[in-house]
Design a protein around this ligand. Structure first.
Ligand SMILES: Nc1ncnc2c1ncn2[C@@H]1O[C@H](COP(=O)(O)OP(=O)(O)O)[C@@H](O)[C@H]1O
Ligand SMILES: [Mg+2]
Length: 257
């Protein structure tokens, strides 16, 4: 579903979202998929205030593959969670296709994430009591897609990640690399425009990580999706359109050699 039709469905079904229309909808996207304006994120722990981001401005274009580098604890996961609406900023605005997600209530953010964003985690996060196929169909079913339609999309993606023959297996019977391929299928099954990946190879050996990454890159590139990936791996960074380093509350462009 396009963001436009998603949005009109939401407006017709959710009065609280309709009230937010003026604040949340902005036509001046300048072609960007994501616009971040004056974004700040602070954590207060007792007496200590930690600034993870301080007034950052940033845009991501449709179809871009952007790598986020940065030391552990620099804020890579925080940025991905802010973009997906899992986390909320202390101040500032994030727009996705002109929709200011930072103005939306939790329910609307959940709907937007469910329909428009695919997330790949470091630790796969598959549900152990569901089969591989059920793990991939679940997000679509939650979004109201019929099982038949969800199953078709899931089987097609499982074929693309070379795991069609394991559809009825449980995740604990699979290797780490296979589990991450299932997680990639799950992230892409609802055909999101935006894919966020948080150290997706961080829990895999190097060779497996490279293979998994190649699959993720091929599937997102061929479909013109935007991919934002946090990683420590410089080889991955070299294949990106753009590399940003998260450091000291800011995002700094990096030129790879
Ligand atoms: N829920 C939280 N409460 C307090 N501090 C947090 C919380 N989540 C993250 N942080 C802090 O924010 C900083 C950035 O964390 P994170 O985004 O996880 O870094 P990275 O993903 O780059 O390793 C760290 O200093 C971390 O301790
Ligand atoms: Mg992290």
């Amino acid at each position: 579903m396009s963001l436009k039709s998603w949005w009109s469905n939401l407006l017709s079904s959710t009065p609280s979202a309709a009230e937010l229309t003026d604040a949340a909808l902005d036509s001046a996207t300048g072609g960007a998929l994501i616009q971040i304006e004056q974004l700040s994120k602070l954590y207060q722990e007792g007496e200590v205030r930690r600034t993870v981001f301080k007034e950052i401005d940033l845009t991501f274009q449709p179809g871009e593959f952007v790598v986020l580098l940065g030391n552990s604890g620099s804020g890579k996961s925080t940025l991905l969670n802010l973009i997906s609406g899992i986390d909320r900023p202390s101040s500032g605005i994030i727009r996705i296709n002109g929709v200011a997600i930072t103005e939306l209530d939790e329910r609307s953010r959940t709907l937007l994430r469910r329909d428009q964003i695919g997330f790949v985690f470091q630790f796969f996060n598959l549900i152990p009591t569901l089969t591989v196929l059920e793990n991939v169909t679940l997000p679509q079913e939650l979004a109201g897609v019929s099982f038949h339609t969800a199953e078709k999309a899931a089987l097609s993606l499982l074929t693309q990640v070379d795991l069609a023959d394991r559809a009825y297996t449980f995740p604990d019977k699979l290797s780490g690399g296979q589990q991450q391929r299932v997680a990639i299928a799950r992230a892409l099954a609802h055909d999101p425009q935006l894919v966020l990946a948080d150290e997706p190879t961080g829990n895999l050996d190097e060779e497996t990580g490279q293979k998994v990454l190649k699959i993720l890159l091929n599937l997102t590139r061929s479909a013109g999706k935007t991919l934002i990936m946090a990683t420590h791996n410089p080889d991955i960074a070299r294949s990106a359109d753009r590399v940003l380093r998260v450091q000291e509350g800011d995002l700094v462009p990096v030129v790879m050699d």
